[in-house]
Design a binder for this molecule. Structure first.
Ligand code: MTE
Ligand code: MO
Length: 334
């Protein structure tokens, strides 16, 4: 099976992709040929050949079926280099698997992502428990290359595969009472060692939330893949939120429940330390964390002799969301 890849604009792609990960059309075809031996698995996510440093993996049919229709480079990060796949998958925050940056890569293989369903409830006309493949059926995937800025002061540039959260919300028809969206991560202590720890700082499940108009903004997506392949477990498989103008902790992983609510949800980090982590959590270089400045960030991967410190931008550079906050004091609602 030969893979035809839509290249909307090769030069455009070249701008955002460093030489090391950019794969020319020719080597893409060569790589696809090399995979022919594995074609007994029709669902092999061969599109990962798009990224030279990414091992192709087997993917379920619901994902593989979407590959031919993907809109590549639907949003890019301009001149900024992609974070290598290796770094994006070995420097993670996913406390369900432990608090060190390397714990998720080490332990998240145990996460069982099939079968998966998502409960959608609260202020919606069409509540229900949706099998992941049914939930995804109506949507085409698109590639969104976004900056990810963690509140801790590091950042990456990640090519996600996903679809607008707004498209899902419209389908379940929020009622007039719906003002917020609340998200929950899976609770599964048997497979999530961080949830077993008696010393755990967090209450499970991990909860995040958005105001409804934020959730409806076209930049907010639900991701099921990255780097041309299905989402690795440590990055929040099979379904995670990506809100690129907010600090990374808003991007809740492995979502099992989405509730539309009238009241602002109590979110995990805000509950633990409200002075340090607000509900809004928009990236803002002028509002420091009580224990450190947010004016700069360390763009990964940095070397020992080149820490790669760059200025942080308001809304992480996504100025188009400013209108959502025109009536909000960003110092108070941090
Ligand atoms: N369920 C859950 N989601 C989570 C976290 C977590 O610990 N648990 N960490 C958050 C934080 S602090 C960040 S910075 C991002 C990191 O995403 P990445 O590991 O894919 O880079 O995930 C967010 N989503
Ligand atoms: Mo974070």
């Amino acid at each position: 099976m030969l893979i035809r890849t839509p290249f909307p604009s090769a030069s455009h792609e070249h701008e955002v992709t460093p030489e090391s990960v950019y794969l020319s059309r020719r080597s893409l075809l060569a790589a696809a040929g090399g995979l022919a031996a594995l074609s007994a698995w029709p669902s092999l996510a061969v599109e990962s050949a798009r990224y030279a440093d990414v091992e192709p993996v087997q993917a379920p049919t619901w994902f593989a079926d979407k590959l031919p229709g993907i809109r590549w480079q639907a949003v890019t990060a301009g001149e900024e280099a992609l974070t290598p796949f290796k770094d994006a998958t070995h420097h993670n925050n996913y406390y369900e698997f432990g608090t060190s940056k390397t714990d998720p890569a080490r332990y998240a293989d145990a996460l069982v992502t099939e079968p998966w369903s998502v409960l959608i409830d609260g202020e919606v006309a069409k509540p229900g428990r949706y099998a992941l493949e049914d939930l995804l059926k109506p949507f085409q995937l698109e590639e969104r290359i976004y900056r990810l800025r963690c509140v801790e002061g590091w950042s990456m540039v990640i090519p996600w595969l996903g679809f607008p959260l707004a498209d899902l919300l419209k389908r379940v028809e929020p009622t007039g009472q719906a003002k917020f969206v609340r998200f929950e991560t899976l609770v599964d202590p048997e497979h999530m060692p961080g949830q077993r720890s008696g010393f755990s700082l967090l209450d499970w499940p991990y909860v995040e939330g958005l105001r409804l108009d934020e959730a409806m903004h076209p930049l907010a997506i639900l991701a099921v893949g990255m780097y041309g392949r299905i989402l690795p477990n440590q990055n929040g498989a099979p379904l995670r939120l990506v809100v690129p103008w907010k600090y990374g902790f808003k991007g809740i992983k492995s979502i099992v429940r989405i509730s539309l609510t009238a009241d602002q949800p109590k979110t995990t980090w805000e509950t633990i330390a409200p002075e340090e982590y607000g509900f809004y959590a928009s990236v803002n270089p002028q509002v420091d964390h009580p224990r450190w400045s947010q004016a700069h960030e360390r763009r990964l991967p940095g070397g020992l002799f080149s820490p790669n410190i760059i200025p942080t931008r308001l809304f992480n550079g996504y100025d188009e969301v400013a209108g959502l906050y025109s009536n909000l004091d960003l110092r108070k609602y941090y």
